[in-house]
Design a protein around this ligand. Structure first.
Ligand SMILES: Nc1ncnc2c1ncn2[C@@H]1O[C@H](COP(=O)(O)OP(=O)(O)OP(=O)(O)O)[C@@H](O)[C@H]1O
Length: 379
């Protein structure tokens, strides 16, 4: 468990938070520019000394102003990854990694080091000078360097923002692997809904230095009272279990709760693998009767929970329940009126299978994962 009680004043800005976060997995920290995301990370790292604070990470107290406890940054077992990796230009990749290991009080063992290098796919870069690395490679080396200190907490402040879409698509699968294979809690600051939907388990929304909401990703994304659902690229995450694969069509079938299935273009995965699929609200259409002979592969029976007019009053956000999982649809107000959408109504939600890879930017091996994060089969 991570306990964060912080009060810090910076000129006109005050950060005032009382948060309890999971001690494992990825917590995404989102909020408008200037809401205090970086200040929060800096306080946790000890780069900013909050006037009143209690910071505890999985049983280790790093700061407690009431008991006059203050650990300087180098004594806090954490790794910090910034927008751009600040690698030493006079050292090659190996030299940079060695530095990360040496400066830690509990450096990674040789086998852990080998695991981290493999996980981030940088084995072939070890002898390279840092000037010749691409932006994505630099970030992977920076992340590896942070991990080699065996941190008890990893902080990442918009680590993909400086990368173009292609590089970003390349690096996201590595972050997913970190998530799946390493048991280090990660606080991840991001403005990008696709990164958040793909990586996060837990979400914290900041607004003007205060917590607006904190909770599991799947519970917060569809909340109509929060700004996330109102953004143009609002999305929710559906979770399913692999139930089949049609290799001729590269079509993966996922069983949702009940007997419903979601079909997604993807590589083959073993039956039983749990998979998360991000579904954008604008990719969901609604129909009152069970569609027949439609090219839309995904047709899910749903119940309307709430209807809210948004934007310039020309569009409507519809929150749906699909076998206990929330789904958002964004439709025109004209359609909403035609269908007389109202809470309690049962209807069908349609999602084009191809829309589930529409954010594809990277090479085929990574593009499907833009919308999907897979985890190991249930035991
Ligand atoms: N050293 C400082 N002195 C005075 N004000 C500061 C200082 N550092 C940050 N601030 C202010 O604190 C507020 C929060 O800044 P912070 O960088 O934490 O926001 P953020 O949510 O990370 O923003 P962004 O998304 O743009 O990176 C801003 O208004 C900023 O101007």
């Amino acid at each position: 468990m991570i306990r964060l009680q912080l009060k810090q004043r910076l000129a006109d800005f005050t950060l005032d938070l009382d948060l309890t976060l999971p001690g494992r997995g990825v917590t995404a920290i989102v909020g408008p520019s200037g809401s205090g995301k970086t200040t929060l990370l800096r306080c946790i790292a000890g780069l900013e000394r909050a006037a009143e604070a209690r910071i505890e990470v999985n049983g280790n107290c790093w700061q407690d102003s009431e008991r006059a406890v203050w650990l300087p940054p180098h004594q806090r077992a954490l790794g910090y990854v910034f927008q751009e990796a600040s690698l030493f230009p006079h050292l090659d990749v190996q030299g940079n990694l060695d530095y990360g290991r040496r400066r830690s009080r509990s450096p990674a063992s040789d086998s852990q080091t080998a695991q981290i290098i493999k996980l981030l796919g940088i084995g072939h870069l070890l002898k390279r000078g840092t000037a010749s690395l691409s932006g994505g490679e630099r970030q992977r080396v920076g992340i590896a360097r942070a991990l080699l200190g065996s941190p008890g907490l990893l902080l990442m402040d918009e680590p993909l923002t400086a990368l173009d879409p292609q590089r970003k698509a390349e690096i996201l699968p590595y972050l997913e692997r970190l998530h799946a294979e390493l048991d280090i809690p990660l606080l991840y600051v991001s403005h990008a809904p696709d990164e958040v939907a793909r990586l996060a388990d837990h979400l914290v929304l900041l607004n003007n230095g205060r917590m607006q909401a904190s909770g599991p990703l799947q519970a917060l994304l569809p909340r109509l009272d929060l700004p996330l659902a109102h953004s143009d690229d609002a999305r929710v995450v559906l979770e399913g279990v692999v139930s089949g694969y049609r290799s001729a069509y590269q079509l993966l079938s996922l069983r949702l709760a009940g007997d419903e299935h979601l079909h997604v273009i993807h590589g083959e995965l073993p039956p039983g693998t749990r998979v998360r699929v991000a579904v954008q609200a604008r990719d969901v259409s609604l129909v009152l009767e069970q569609p027949q002979h439609s090219s839309m592969l995904n047709r899910l029976p749903a119940t309307v929970c709430a209807v809210e007019t948004i934007a310039d009053a020309a569009q409507v956000l519809v929150r749906l329940d699909v076998q206990g999982q929330p789904l958002l649809a964004r439709v025109t107000r004209f359609s909403a009126d035609q269908l007389e959408l109202h809470p309690g109504q049962t209807l069908w939600a349609q999602i084009k299978a191809v829309a589930l890879l529409s954010q594809a930017a990277g090479p085929p091996s990574s593009r499907f994962a833009t919308t999907i994060a897979a985890s190991a089969p249930d035991q």
